[in-house]
Design a protein around this ligand. Structure first.
Ligand SMILES: C[S@@+](CC[C@H](N)C(=O)[O-])C[C@H]1O[C@@H](n2cnc3c(N)ncnc32)[C@H](O)[C@@H]1O
Ligand code: SF4
Length: 396
C-alpha cells in the first residue's frame, strides 16, 4: 500500500483500498453526582444545590455544532449518556437535548440509546418519561446488593433500592437493562461475590458488567487503601463468577461484559471494533476518521465550570494518530473481545494492510496468546488472561 508522509511526519493513508469510514456513535458525558465515591476516578463532581441542566444542554448542543464536520454524512448507530450520574437530569432536559441532536444528525432507525442510572436518583415516573423519549437501554449502577459493602463504597443507596431500581426499569417498559456490579470488594469472599451475582441474575437483566474493583490514583481509596482480597481469592472469585454466569446463559464477550443472546452492548462493541465516536460534554473523548483514512483522537474541556464558560472553547486538544501506532490502538480494543474480530476489519478500520501486523501476530501466535486462524484476530484463553503481554507485541 502506498503511504505518503505529511508535513508533520504523519503517514497519510489513501482512501482507496482497505479503508472504510466506520460506523459513528455518540458519547454524552454528564459530569455530576450526588457525591463522589471514594474509588471513582471518572470526571465526576459532587453536584451543588442547583444542577445547571438547561445551561449544560445549551452547551452540549453548541458543542455538537462544532463537531458536525466530522460526521461525513453518517447516521448515529448509538448514543450513550454516561457519567457521572445522567439520571440526575430531568426527562425535560434530555428531551430537548435529544431533539436538538436529532435536528443536526440523523439517527439510525434501530439506534441504541443508553442512559446510566444510579439507584437513589430517580423515581418510577422519571424512568417512564425516559422511555418515552426513545431511550431504550438502561445501565444501572448497582455495584453490590449488600448494604455494608455499599456503605464501604460510599454509595448513596442500599441493596433494596438497587433491587427496586431494576424493577422500576422493567415496569417503565425497558426490556434492555444492564446492571453494573463490582467484585474484589473490601472483605469480600467467593460466597459474597456469588450472592451479588445471583441477586442480579434474579432481576433478569439482559446484560451484566462485572468489574473487578481497581484502586485508581487520585481517589480516596488510593490514598487510604481498604483491605481488598488477595490475588488467590480474586482468582477464585473470578472463576466462580464466570462459571455461574455461563451456567445462567450469560455469554462473556469482553473482559468484563456478559450478555444474553443478541443483547451485547452495541455502543461498547463500536469502541471495541475501533468504530468512530463523537464525544460531547466535559472531558469527553472522541475518535474520528475522515474519508482519507486519517484518524484523530480529540478531547473536550474537562472541568464543568470551564465547559460552561462561553468564553472557553469546547475542544481542549486533539492528536492525529500516526500509522505506526494504529496496530496497537486497534488491538487494544479488538483483543478485549473474547471472540476477537475478523482480520479484514483491521484493514478497513486502519487503512493498513494485514502485512503491517504479520510479524507481531506471528510472535503472539508462537507465544500461545493469539489464535492460529489467519481470518481472525482472536486472543486465546491465555491471551485473554495475559492481555497486556499480548498487546506488548503490537507496540510501535
Ligand atoms: C462511569 S462509571 C459510573 C456509573 C454510575 N455513575 C454509577 O456509579 O453507578 C461505570 C461503572 O464503572 C465501574 N467502576 C467505577 N470505578 C471503578 C473502579 N475503581 N474499579 C472498578 N470498577 C469501577 C462501576 O461499576 C460503575 O458503575
Ligand atoms: S456515582 Fe458513579 S460516577 Fe459518580 S462518583 Fe460514584 S462511581 Fe463515580
Amino acid at each position: 500500500m502506498n503511504l505518503s508522509p505529511d508535513p508533520g511526519g504523519t503517514l497519510r493513508v489513501p482512501p482507496a483500498g482497505h479503508f472504510r469510514l466506520p460506523p459513528l456513535a455518540l458519547y454524552v458525558h454528564i459530569p455530576w453526582c450526588v457525591r463522589k465515591c471514594p474509588y471513582c476516578d471518572f470526571n465526576s463532581h459532587a453536584a451543588g444545590p442547583e444542577l445547571p441542566e438547561e445551561a449544560y444542554v445549551d452547551a452540549l448542543l453548541a458543542d455538537l455544532r462544532t463537531d458536525l464536520a466530522a460526521v461525513h454524512g453518517r447516521e448515529l448507530v448509538s448514543i450513550f449518556f454516561g457519567g457521572g450520574t445522567p439520571s440526575l437530569f430531568s426527562a425535560r432536559a434530555l428531551d430537548r437535548l435529544l431533539a436538538g441532536m436529532n435536528r443536526r444528525i440523523a439517527f439510525a432507525r434501530d439506534i441504541e440509546i443508553t442512559l446510566e442510572a444510579n439507584p437513589g436518583t430517580f423515581e418510577q415516573a422519571k424512568f417512564a418519561d425516559y422511555r418515552r423519549l426513545g431511550i431504550n437501554r438502561l445501565s444501572i449502577g448497582v455495584q453490590s446488593f449488600q448494604t455494608a459493602q455499599l456503605q464501604a463504597l460510599g454509595r448513596i443507596h442500599d441493596g433494596l433500592e438497587a433491587i427496586r431500581a431494576a424493577e422500576m426499569a422493567r415496569r417503565a417498559g425497558f426490556d434492555n437493562v444492564n446492571l453494573d456490579l463490582m467484585h474484589g470488594l473490601p472483605g469480600q469472599d467467593v460466597a459474597g461475590a456469588l450472592a451479588d451475582l445471583r441477586q442480579a441474575i434474579a432481576l433478569a437483566p439482559t446484560h451484566l458488567s462485572w468489574y473487578q474493583l481497581t484502586l485508581e490514583p487520585n481517589t480516596v481509596f488510593w490514598n487510604q487503601p481498604p483491605e481488598t482480597p488477595e490475588d488467590d481469592l480474586l482468582w477464585d472469585i473470578q472463576e466462580a463468577g464466570q462459571a455461574l454466569l455461563a451456567a445462567e446463559g450469560f455469554v462473556q464477550y469482553e473482559t468484563s461484559a456478559y450478555a444474553r443472546d443478541g443483547r451485547r452492548a452495541r455502543h461498547n462493541l463500536n469502541y471495541w471494533t475501533f468504530g468512530d465516536f463523537l464525544g460531547l460534554g466535559a472531558g469527553a473523548h472522541a475518535k474520528l476518521s475522515d474519508p482519507h483514512g486519517q484518524i484523530r483522537r480529540t478531547w473536550k474541556t474537562r472541568l464543568p465550570k470551564d465547559y460552561l464558560d462561553p468564553d472557553k472553547r469546547f475542544q481542549a486538544g486533539e492528536r492525529l494518530l500516526e500509522a505506526a501506532e494504529l496496530p496497537f490502538e486497534f488491538m487494544m480494543n479488538a483483543l478485549r473481545l473474547t471472540g476477537g474480530v475478523p482480520a479484514e476489519l483491521f484493514e478497513q478500520r486502519t487503512g493498513l494492510p494485514l502485512a503491517a501486523i504479520a510479524e507481531p501476530c506471528a510472535a503472539a501466535r508462537a507465544a500461545g496468546l493469539l489464535e492460529n486462524d489467519p481470518q481472525l484476530l482472536r486472543p486465546t484463553a491465555r491471551g485473554q488472561l495475559f492481555l497486556n503481554d499480548l498487546l506488548q507485541h503490537f507496540l510501535p
